[in-house]
Design a protein around this ligand. Sequence first.
Ligand SMILES: *[C@@H]1O[C@H](CO)[C@@H](O)[C@H](O)[C@H]1NC(C)=O
Length: 444
Amino acid sequence: MFKSTAFLALLSLVPTLVSAQQPLYAQCGGIGWSGGTTCVSGATCQKLNDYYSQCLPGSATTPTTTPTTTPTTTPTTSVPTGTTTPAAGNPYTGYTIYLTPYYADEVKAAAALISDATQKAKALKVANIPTFTWFDVIAKTSTLGTYLADASAKGKASGQKYLVQIVVYDLPDRDCAALASNGEFSIANDGLNKYYGYIDQLVAQIKKYPDVRVVAVIEPDSLANLVTNLNVAKCSGAQTAYKTGTIYALKQLNSVGVYMYLDAGHAGWLGWPANLTPAAQLFAQLYRDAGSPPFVRGLATNVANYNALSASSPDPVTQGNSNYDEIHYINALAPALSSGGFPAHFIVDQGRSGVQNIRSAWGDWCNVKGAGFGMRPTLNTGSSLIDAIVWIKPGGECDGTSNTSSPRYDAHCGLSDAAPNAPEAGTWFQSYFETLVKNANPAL
Ligand SMILES: *[C@@H]1O[C@H](CO)[C@@H](O)[C@H](O)[C@H]1NC(C)=O
């Protein structure tokens, strides 16, 4: 499957000269890293971004090669003439959600480190709960083909229809209002063209597996930042690139029948009454500019956040906002979307929303202490506006480092309500995972 398999096999024969081998989930490379670069047996050093390589379970499943060709694609101005037409209604109905082996492997390896038998058994259950797979660097895109092939084979073997959940997350100058999740592409360094290449790579693989349905969350935080953070220079500077890149993603993914939900922040962000109308207008404008792609199904809310779908009472930190949970936010946003011609359907992340009233401020987003896994993914949502409750953030993967010397340190990750000793964003945070398991609500 991977062109690099032979190369990796060869690498493993090279004698290890570096002194100590790094333990599972430890850092093993990155800019400024001078420690060990090899991992203990059973783990492989994998590059997650320029700043961080990590020892992950198993042999290398993430190709370490990067594309050698610079993508030269420019956006098409016409709507793609794909032959696919979306089925009316909820894209999840009638489909089995594919369990991504990457997360399942992370969870199984994490469970193996838990000594308490009860907690270990609970942790292992998480491996069977579907989460989204984040394509946050171009180097990971080739793994999508592997997952799609696997889902296709499972579908053929079982007679079930499979659905793969992905997060599209690689806009240039990403995470413009924070530091922890800065991406690999910069606008100054031809990042928009590189982003087109990233989208093209996803599309090329999806095209090969028309029997597998793909649901995508499009670019967490990006459009929400354009609604509220244009006072931040990096956000205003990224405005055109974010819009152009998003329109390209919507058109191209539509052409291969990917059901899309644009990220819409959460109740404590775009849910403030003053932000609802500007947000709805931005979503509707981009949708029209992309040619009203029929596979754009709606919006994803609460991605990687901690808000309840329906809080029993407002968390004190939400004071002043009548939309104090996701259902209030969604009910308030839907009419504004509909009047702008945007499809008002939603999916809601509840992966880490099991415990409420744990934040000192509503805007705190980084590894919030005391969080627990939340409602299990379900189509039984209690609202005709909500297609599915989903787990979008893979619980246990870190939001951002608490190391104040790291170039990607964001002050939110050093707050008193943020868990200490946090590794870099996207890498495994064992103690945080163990707390999510222990505090799960409903219990695992
Ligand atoms: C914190 O980050 C700096 C700079 O990347 C690094 O040299 C140092 O080893 C890190 N400290 C820990 C405890 O990881």
